[in-house]
Design a protein around this ligand. Structure first.
Ligand code: NAD
Ligand code: WQD
Length: 345
């Protein structure tokens, strides 16, 4: 059973490679390395003691994908490859629609041509837009507010249409909340290039002295302490959710061949709670200042996790302390991410 993991050199993909290899599956990764380093896959091999086949290439290249599907005898695909920066998607929407939507279309065409019909797709809680009620169930109306979110929703809709057209397709659409953390070995983790957009990588760079202070975007939301609340989920739990989705796709009944499932913990933490949790984990002080709200941010966002439990038999296991501890271990062992050869030792 060989699984193609697109975007497998990236943050979530590399953790998924570990989980799948440890479950005894064979893995081939297709990644253009536009936002990652091949070093992550060497670390995956070091953690698991198993080799990962790697093909550098682009998901928009249909014939290349067909060649990989045939050469490795691929039976299922986990599709992480894509662009994910919200601000960049506003500035470069065509790049986002091309990579995220057109790229997934090319992948599906290649799968169709090769008789591969099982796919797990990385979607995002961002497809919900402004919450009308909480926690967010999968039935909550969608309404993404930026091109990145719309590109994800367009893929979701394409997958639902394809699933409805032919029962041989089997899809799991996984809507991630806020992935954080790292493998507890400290060998793989998030490696943002440039100034981080997201909270956790920014906090880590303040903790290790690379940045002076965190800007807390707003303290006047209608939340427990006025700062924004999110559902942070450990990336290893997320990877485990993909394995459960993989197993579920093999057991799915043909009249229900497309699952849409939230992957979150169901618990929301505020920005200030995140700061305090990271201070405890790192034993460092995180200086911060209150800054204006960030455009497009919602006050609160957390998942209803019942569907993940009933459809996948999956529940997040790791708490906020583990998320912060494992992130800090990764950062301390790899102050320059994957840039320095052997920096993890
Ligand atoms: P990442 O950037 O670390 O990983 C994405 C990988 O895809 C990278 O290795 C990149 O090189 C590769 N890639 C990009 N364009 C490609 C192309 N055209 N062809 C082949 N490879 C390409 O990001 P991540 O955080 O690991 O996210 C993985 C997926 O999960 C993405 O689809 C993202 O939209 C989705 N997602 C992420 C988050 C998050 O907060 N990290 C939340 C929800 C959903
Ligand atoms: C979390 C909280 C900020 C940075 C984004 C994408 C979403 C998904 C996950 C891909 C918010 C606050 C942040 C900072 C801060 N990605 N914050 N200072 O916005 O929930 O979701 O990543 O699918 O699509 O939009 O995550 O980590 O950016 O922000 O105060 O320097 O931290 O305002 O309340 P977000 P985030």
């Amino acid at each position: 059973m060989t699984v193609l993991i697109t975007g497998g050199a990236g943050y979530i993909g590399s953790h998924c490679c570990v989980t799948f290899l440890e479950a005894g599956l064979d893995v081939v990764v297709l990644d253009s390395l536009v936002n990652s380093r091949e070093e992550s896959l060497k670390r995956v091999a070091a953690i698991t003691g198993k080799s990962v086949s790697f093909e550098q290439g682009d998901i928009r290249d249909r014939s290349r994908i067909e060649q990989i599907l045939k050469a490795y005898g691929v039976t299922s695909v986990v599709h992480f490859a894509g662009l994910k920066a919200v601000g960049e998607s506003v500035a470069r929407p065509l790049d986002y629609y091309e990579t995220n939507f057109v790229g997934t279309h090319a992948l599906l065409r290649a799968m169709e041509a090769c008789g591969v019909h099982k796919l797990i797709f990385s979607s995002s809680a961002t497809v919900y837009g402004e919450p009308k009620f909480l926690p967010l169930t999968e039935e909550h109306p969608t309404g993404p507010v930026n091109p990145y979110g719309r590109s994800k929703l367009m893929v979701e809709e394409m997958l639902r249409d394809v699933a409805a057209s032919d029962p041989k397709w089997r899809f799991a659409i996984l809507r991630y909340f806020n992935p954080v953390g790292a493998h507890d070995s400290g060998l793989i983790g998030e490696n943002p290039l440039g100034v981080p957009n997201n909270l956790m990588p920014f906090i880590t760079q303040v903790a290790d002295g690379r940045r002076e202070r965190l800007s807390v975007f707003g303290n006047d939301y209608d939340t427990k302490d006025g700062s924004g609340v999110r559902d942070y989920i450990h990336v290893v739990d997320l990877a485990e959710g993909h394995l459960k989705a993989y197993e579920s796709l093999h057991a799915l009944k043909s009249d229900k061949n497309c699952l849409t499932v939230n992957l979150g913990t169901g618990t929301g933490y505020s920005v200030l709670e995140m700061v305090r949790a990271f201070e405890r984990a790192s034993n460092r002080t995180i200086p911060y200042e209150i800054a204006p709200r960030r455009a497009g941010d919602v006050a609160e966002c957390y998942a209803d996790t019942r569907q993940a439990e009933s459809a996948l038999g999956w529940q997040a296991q790791k708490d906020l302390a583990a998320m912060c501890h494992d992130t800090w271990t990764w950062v301390c062992k790899n102050p320059r991410g994957y840039e320095e050869e052997g920096s993890s030792s």
